[in-house]
Design a protein around this ligand. Structure first.
Ligand code: BF8
Length: 631
């Protein structure tokens, strides 16, 4: 059977076939069974905010209700639904940030946790930025103070989020004028839930004010706290050459997949798999060793910091189990399909949930306790190792895997740029070489390709094709999340990827020794992209909206992606979506998001499923921005 219509990753074909033969359903089967999908939901016109409903607005004909029972019209209903999704997305990223702050606190106060501050310089520099006195304090005391200050960002009663001050001044002015300056993360999210309650805000533009504030409190708050504190605790990512795709599994080793999001768990698991006693145990079971691989965003985190292989993205999670070679899949929070437990049951695989926030029926729950992180991780790894002997023999590990460089934190990018900066012409440690390359036109601009997988787009194709088209036209690409997996699997993060580039970008890549597609991390790490844009804008004396830059989420699906899209647009970036958000039932809201919003924030959403056309539009946008900058 031909599976080209499901995914463009060949590694998947054999496993989809294996799943069919073994009568195991996958995400593609369930998507097919779901057709046709509900038109009301698709357009954002179904309201379940109160129990008088569900109310549905009929658009396809003159007949049928045009208002909900309370009187809410299509604009109110679509905006409320969108706002609630944005708030949920912001809450997921921000709660992740909060957990990292707690881990930093544990590192300071609780030696049993096993966490230690890996980058004291970054800690001290953040303490200074936040006005925390470091005099006569040791690293642990500073860590405790920084962690407490970060935790207060969630609920402080007055003022605004500290990281807002990192944005260019013009940007902050726009946010002030629009009343969207994020104040306290929890408060901004709660306000969306309150104002979208039955009988509260009915003005779609005002609903979007609250939603935008909650999104900004993700990008410039929760996510940024997550990224910065992870760097302090676990180290700032540096370039590593790694392998990616389902071919990273090993027939003769214990295969442990770590899947989910928070590096607090994956970092502890990494320590545990290197514990001599557990390695010995693996050998006693007949395995050559323990092969730790990552999936989804937690995979991005440990690949960036430790060079751990990246097994696959969102749509490959079931296929990993279907290889029959996974002894345990250890998960924490977000993007973990409940379907995994069904797949795991068909093999010997142990699906182990670890977070009180995410239990799955049919999985084994082994709570990960951050107060004794390493000990808890060891228990989990022991469970995985002792399962090796239970393999059933129906194993198929695809050959496909590719190599590429990951780990381009802003620090790593600036480091690479310093390699070409001669100290007379270029001050070291700045974005000047990048700005110069853009000004001279060698680089036309930069684009971020981020986000998920979605059956509405051919798996991985949205990411890959868009990336290829952009680098062919001398647009530098940065990527995070599941988009990063698609790019590395296609070879776009390797040295050889310059063959796909236009002349200008190829020259830059060779000179600076970087791939044309830079892996910047997990989805919370989009905060790194915000900071890179801010630095570049400040250096060029303009606002973010003036830069020849764009964002794209060709295969997005999650509420987190909606929050990201909203804070990116509100930060001034033109953002291309490959899948339409569920708002198209409201012409006013759709026009607001794709057009009116441009006059407010300088950025806007655009929707284009075809990657070629999306690339054309992005390049057109970049060229327009160059023209206005006179470069
Ligand atoms: O935060 S890209 S499918 S894994 S939501 Fe999820 Fe989407 Fe992947 Fe990470 Ni982001």
């Amino acid at each position: 059977e031909d599976f080209k219509c499901l995914s463009c990753d060949k590694a998947n074909y054999k496993l989809i076939e294996k799943a069919k033969n073994e009568k195991i359903e996958t995400v593609w089967d369930r998507a097919e069974a779901m057709q046709p999908q509900c038109g009301f939901g698709e357009m954002g016109l179904c309201c379940t905010n109160c129990s008088m409903g569900p109310c549905r607005i009929v658009k396809v004909s003159e007949d049928g209700p045009k208002k909900g029972i309370c009187g809410a019209d299509e604009d109110t209903i679509a905006a409320r639904n969108l706002a609630r999704s944005i708030a949920a997305g912001s809450s997921a990223h921000s709660d992740h940030g909060r957990d990292i702050a707690h881990a930093l606190y544990n590192a300071a106060k609780n030696p049993e946790s096993g966490y230690k501050v890996k980058n004291p310089e970054k800690l001290i520099s953040l303490a200074k930025e936040w006005g925390i006195s470091t005099e006569n304090l040791d690293i642990k005391d500073i860590a405790a103070k920084v962690a407490e200050t970060a935790l207060q960002e969630f609920g402080k009663p007055f003022g605004h989020l500290r990281f807002v001050d990192r944005a260019p001044e013009d940007r902050i002015d726009i946010w002030k004028k629009m009343n969207v300056v994020p104040r306290a993360i929890d408060r901004d999210i709660v306000e969306v839930l309150h104002s979208t309650h039955i009988g509260c805000d009915a003005d779609y533009r005002n609903i979007m004010v609250a939603a935008t504030r909650a999104a900004l409190s993700d990008g410039w708050g929760g996510s940024m706290i997550g990224t910065e504190l992870s760097d302090i605790l676990f180290g700032v990512p540096e370039p590593h050459e790694i392998e990616a795709n389902l071919g990273v599994f090993k027939e003769d080793e214990v295969n442990l997949v770590i899947h989910g999001h928070e590096p607090t768990l994956s970092e502890a698991i990494l320590v545990a798999v290197n514990d001599p006693e557990l390695v010995e145990l693996a050998k006693k079971q007949g395995a050559e060793g323990i092969d730790l691989v990552g999936m989804c965003c937690t995979g991005n985190e440990i690949a960036m910091r430790h060079g751990i292989p990246m097994a696959g993205n969102f749509f490959q999670q079931e296929l990993a189990i279907i290889t029959g070679a996974v002894d345990a899949m250890v998960v924490d929070v977000q993007c973990i399909m409940p379907a995994l437990s069904q797949a795991a049951k068909c093999y010997h695989t142990k699906l182990i949930t670890t977070s009180p926030k995410a239990k799955i029926p049919g999985a084994i729950h082994m709570q990960f306790n951050e107060e004794e992180a390493i000990e808890s991780a060891k228990k989990i790894v022991r469970e995985a190792v002792s399962n090796f002997k239970n393999r059933r023999g129906n194993i198929l590990i695809p050959q496909e895997k590719s190599k590429g460089f990951v780990g381009y934190s802003n620090e790593a990018i600036i480091n690479a740029l310093d390699g070409v900066a001669n100290s007379v012409a270029h001050p070291m440690g700045t974005v000047k070489p990048l700005a110069d390359a853009i000004k001279s036109g060698v680089l036309r601009g930069a684009a971020a390709i981020v986000g998920c997988n979605n059956h509405k787009v051919l798996h991985d194709k949205g990411h890959e094709e868009l990336a290829k088209e952009l680098i062919k036209n001398d647009v530098l690409v940065v990527t995070t999340g599941c988009g990063a997996y698609a790019c590395i699997k296609e070879g776009l993060m390797s040295k050889e990827a310059t063959k796909f580039c236009g002349k200008g970008l190829a020259t830059v890549c060779e000179l600076v020794k970087i791939p044309p597609v830079l892996h910047m991390g997990s989805c919370v790490d989009i905060s790194r992209i915000l900071l890179l844009l801010s630095e570049l804008a400040k250096f060029m004396n303009v606002d973010i909206k003036d830069l020849p830059a764009a964002g794209a989420a060709p295969e997005w699906m999650s509420e987190k992606a909606l929050s990201i899209g909203t804070y990116v647009v509100a930060s001034g970036v033109y953002t291309m979506l490959g899948v339409a958000p569920q708002v198209t039932g409201s012409e006013n809201l759709t026009r607001f998001l794709t057009d009116d919003i441009k006059d407010i924030y300088g950025g806007c959403f655009d929707i284009e499923a075809n990657p070629q056309k999306a690339a054309e539009k992005i390049i057109d946008h970049i060229e327009k921005k160059r023209k206005s900058l006179n470069i």
